[in-house]
Design a protein. Structure first.
Lengths: 316, 672
């Protein structure tokens, strides 16, 4: 009989990671496996659904679909993790509201009854970062560090749903200028540098990317300019949608705002678990850091090779 | 004054003769229920010999009715069915006493708050509830026993904890009235926060010029025993008779021999940040906090001292005052009253990371600004910014830092002084640098005190200080360590970005971080905001709920200097009223041990929250100190042998009430 693992989670994939940045999913799986955590599949999970799109139009629909996703993990009896700020926003906010609004919970369960489900509130939805930082803890993670990066300057990007609304988040008051993500990054030896407007939006959220591409790209341009001015080697984020905007967005900003930015942007964008995995000594292939450049129009759009070259010495 | 009649003998064994008086309370009661019917109902109850109704029983006429009936020998128990006993129980007890009836043979039925007020739209229901209250009062009145009021002597001495402007004023007032005062201050000097201030609003007079002479007065006053660098470590006893243990921390400098010449500090090789200047200036390991400190003798900070021995050299300290082997001393004193004037801590803005305190050098607190403006501060009253020690050309203040914050981690209350201190500091800076740009970001300007609105108006009109209504969202650091502010001007309804050379956070006031220690030492309560709780917000603002203990100054809640002094004088006056009388009456609601039932298990002793129960080792029974017992009843319910009886609330009395309430309830299902 196999020993029951201490950390067990149902993995909620979301849409952007599996469809556009699969290296995020694979790196999360690799790192959690390395950390001795068991990942269970949430069979039949749907779109979270996206907070900017569904909640903005019809809250009951948003709640029912979110609650349905949570019931899948309730059946397995495990907490949910997601590597996406948007999914986290939906699942956590819906989970919170269903526990504080009995009327809403009643409505949701009437709908769920039609598909033979019931929301109980027995499990907690968590962000991957939350599982790493609060469940496992910095000291636990430190024990797995194999390679320490010496001279790596990192611009950390939090995104928005991971910290706000503050009353529905687990960060214990750390919501204005949080440090939990920087703390995880720095156990790898990398230096998290301060940059102007660090907590500014990436530009994608709130359906801005879909509706007004230029405005969205202008946000990215400003954020990327600040990151470049601060001398960052790479960007570390924890959200596939931010990841898309900061990666593909560099190409867009280079195109739309080429007269404003001088040199085109080319800052590698790395997901948190890719960086952690490298530091743990996990094969870069398993972390989705090796790309076949014969493939066209496939992410990542900004090559990550300069990053791998920079840390090559520490990895050997 | 009414003459008190010779007391009518009531043993409790004769047949009760109860008089019930139903009060109309204007229309408060009579407007809802039929008081005449209620009076007739009362007459139908056992042992009720007469019943009357009247417009206002608490009036002179109403009270006279009761007195006449007592004096005529018609009744020996009195029930007034009226308002809450909290309102008028003392009134009617005095009535009984004046008529010669033991005051504890009175019972009040609260048919206003409990019946007519809460059920004013249901007169029938209200009437039924009023009937139940009267019936229960009669049931208890039949079992009432006369009790004697306990009197205890009051020691004519007061302990004042904290020697800021509040504690000093209380101490001086009491000392001048002739009472012995023990003034305990934990730091090496008296003066408190006010000594740190440069000028006071709105009159702009110099804080030091006001407080230093008072500090000297305190030191000179023969009735004040000044105990600086000391802390209260234990308090026992009760009103009039508190036993206090005070720990005098070792100065490591003989305070008698030290001449305060300062040669030791000059030679001391250890330099550390000076707490008085909030770390913006230095002091030595052997130090006085500031030049005008009282007392002026030196203290060695043993945490910082490297024991090099230089200060102890004869050519340094001629009077041989240095005492490295100094030990703490413990002093026991007996006082009748205690005044708590422990002051406040400044809200620490570090956790509000969006304002950059602790991250950017040119972000400082209002109290730091005060030290920068002070003529005896680290820069002699010529404020400079920390990053380059140059006078900033532009400064901005942010109000309500840590105050009026309903999110987690913040204080919800208004700190009451920040609007005015920022206005004062802004004006002072403008006086020194007329060309500087000065901004104050505010939520509302609260200029409530005497002369405050005029002061605020003048700051903006005559001194050109820019008041911008809007919270600052966040600040960042730009070139030259300048601070870039992002805010919304909510009057113009537009976002703004502003670069200033120094940024001052007008932090609010908080309860002392260790207020819990004082609250458990003295058994006094704290309100939700953390400050010590007054007994009544309107009528007993300087009393605590523990008899004989008073509170003064910001320890009770944020207030400015005039209000602090007013409260300090109020606390002194209340304490002296208690001491002037020489004795206090204690309600006889204490518990009594029935010796032959007590098994000596001592359960009651460990549970008593007031330490009122002792154990008689010889007789092996519990003994209650009536003066310390507050009549909470904990011991009564804990006693496994039923040996504890609480006067006036004895089981046989309470059972009689419960019996009529349950068995013969006129209201089905406990009321409508």
């Amino acid at each position: 009989m196999s020993e029951e693992k201490k950390f067990r989670y149902g993995f909620f994939l979301g849409c952007v990671a599996p469809n556009r940045y699969p290296m995020i999913e694979t790196s999360i799986r690799a790192v959690f496996d390395h950390l001795g955590a068991e990942i269970l599949e949430l069979e039949g999970a749907s779109c979270c659904p996206a907070p900017g799109v569904f909640r903005a139009f019809h809250i009951p629909t948003w709640l029912v679909i979110a609650a349905r996703n949570l019931t899948i993990a309730e059946e397995l009896g495990v907490d949910v993790i997601t590597g996406c700020n948007g999914c986290y926003g939906t699942l956590r906010d819906a989970w919170y509201e269903l526990q504080h609004e009995p009327e809403m919970k009643k409505m949701v369960n009437e709908h769920l009854a039609k598909v033979g489900r019931k929301f109980k509130g027995s499990i907690e939805p968590k962000h991957v970062v939350q599982a790493l930082y609060l469940d496992m803890g910095i000291d636990y993670l430190k024990g797995f560090i194999k390679h320490k990066f010496k001279d790596l300057k990192v611009a950390v990007h939090y995104g928005c749903h991971i910290v706000k609304p503050s009353d529905k988040r687990p960060w214990d008051g750390e919501y204005e200028c949080p440090t939990f993500l920087d703390e995880i990054v720095e156990i790898t030896g990398a230096k998290s540098i301060d940059y102007k407007d660090k907590f500014m939006c990436c530009g994608a959220g709130g359906a801005v990317r879909t509706a007004v591409k230029e405005v969205s790209a202008d946000f990215s341009r400003e954020k990327l300019t600040n990151i470049r001015d601060a001398g960052a080697d790479i960007i570390i984020d924890c959200c596939p949608f931010c990841h898309l905007q900061l990666d593909l967005g560099q190409m867009e900003a280079n195109n739309i705002y080429k007269d404003m930015i001088g040199e085109p942007f080319k800052i590698p964008v790395i997901y948190l678990t890719q960086l952690l995995g490298l530091s743990f000594g996990i094969d870069p292939n398993l972390l989705g850091l090796i790309k076949n450049h014969d493939l066209k129009n496939v992410s990542p759009f900004i090559p990550v090779e300069p990053f791998l070259a920079k840390v090559k010495e520490e990895l050997t | 004054m009414t003459e008190v009649k010779k007391e009518i003998k009531v043993s409790g064994k004769e047949k009760p003769k109860i008089g019930v008086y139903v009060c109309h309370c204007g229309i408060n009661i009579a407007g809802v229920i039929d008081v005449v019917k209620l009076k007739d109902y009362a007459l139908s109850l056992p042992d009720v010999v007469l019943a009357r109704e009247y417009k206002f029983m608490c009036s002179d006429n109403g009270q006279s009715m009761i007195k006449q009936d007592i004096e005529a020998g018609l009744i020996n128990r009195v029930i007034v069915a009226a308002c809450s006993p909290r309102m008028h129980e003392p009134t009617f007890r005095l009535t009984c006493k004046e008529a010669g009836l033991n005051q504890f043979l009175f019972e009040q039925a609260n048919i206003r708050e409990h019946a007519t007020w809460v059920n004013m739209y249901d007169p029938e229901g209200a009437y039924e509830i009023a009937k139940d209250h009267v019936k229960m009062a009669v049931a208890k009145a039949r079992k009432l026993l006369p009790l004697e009021v306990q009197k205890v002597q009051v020691e004519p001495a007061c302990l004042v904890i904290g020697a800021g402007i509040a504690g000093m004023n209380s101490a001086l007032d009491l000392a001048q009235e002739g009472y012995k005062v023990y003034l305990v201050e934990r730091t090496p000097t008296i003066g408190g926060h006010m000594a740190q201030l440069d000028k006071t609003f709105p009159t702009m007079d110099c804080s030091a010029c006001i407080i230093t002479p008072r500090m000297v007065d305190v030191a000179r006053e023969k009735n004040i025993e000044l105990l600086t660098y000391s802390e209260v470590v234990d308090v026992s006893g009760y009103v009039g008779n508190f036993e206090v243990t005070i720990k005098k921390k070792p100065h490591y400098v003989d305070q008698e021999k030290c001449t305060a010449c300062g040669a030791c500090a000059e030679k001391c090789p250890v330099t550390v940040g000076n707490e008085f200047d909030l770390g913006m200036a230095t002091r030595k390991a052997i130090y006085i906090p500031f030049p005008q400190a009282v007392p002026g003798q030196y203290t060695i900070d043993m945490d910082k001292c490297i024991k090099c021995g230089i200060c102890a050299r004869l050519d340094v300290c001629e009077p041989e005052a240095i005492k490295y082997d100094d030990k703490p001393e413990f002093l026991k004193v007996k006082v009748g009253t205690i005044i708590v004037a422990t002051g406040w801590d400044l809200y620490d803005p570090t956790e509000l990371k969006q304002y950059g305190y602790g991250r950017y050098p040119n972000v400082i607190t209002g109290l730091q600004m005060e030290r920068l403006l002070s003529s005896f501060g680290p820069v002699l009253g010529k404020p400079v910014r920390p990053s380059d020690s140059k006078a900033p050309h532009s400064i901005a203040f942010l109000q309500c830092v840590g105050s009026r914050n309903f999110r987690e981690g913040g204080n919800q209350y208004c700190s009451r002084v920040c609007c005015m201190y920022a206005t004062k500091q802004a004006r002072q800076y403008k006086e020194k640098h007329p060309d500087a740009d000065v901004y104050i970001f505010y939520m509302d300007v609260r200029a409530f005190g005497k002369g405050y609105e005029e002061f605020y108006e003048s700051a903006s009109e005559n001194f050109g200080i820019n008041y911008i209504r809007g919270r600052i969202a966040e600040v960042s650091q730009g070139k030259n360590n300048n601070i870039i502010i992002r805010a919304e001007d909510t009057l113009l309804q537009e976002p703004l970005e502003l670069e200033v050379e120094m940024f001052i956070l007008s932090c609010g006031l908080e309860a002392k971080a260790d207020a819990d220690n004082i609250s458990s030492l003295l058994s006094i309560q704290r309100s939700a905001d953390g400050f010590f709780m007054e007994a009544h917000p309107k009528l007993r603002p300087v009393d605590t709920l523990t008899d004989g203990i008073f509170v003064a100054g910001v320890a009770q809640g944020p207030k400015d200097i005039p209000d602090t002094v007013a409260q300090a004088k109020g606390a002194a006056s209340s304490a002296s009223a208690l001491m002037a009388k020489g004795e206090v009456e204690i309600e006889p609601y204490y518990s009594v041990v029935i010796d032959h039932l007590c098994s000596g298990c001592r359960s009651c002793q460990s549970l008593c929250p007031f330490g009122a129960i002792a154990f008689d080792e010889f007789r092996r029974v519990a003994v209650v100190n009536p003066a310390m017992c507050k009549g909470c009843g904990t011991c009564v319910s804990a006693c496994p042998s039923g040996a504890m009886v609480q006067n006036h609330f004895a089981n046989f009395q309470l059972n009689s009430i419960i019996n009529v309430a349950i068995k013969e309830s006129s209201v089905e299902n406990g009321g409508k």
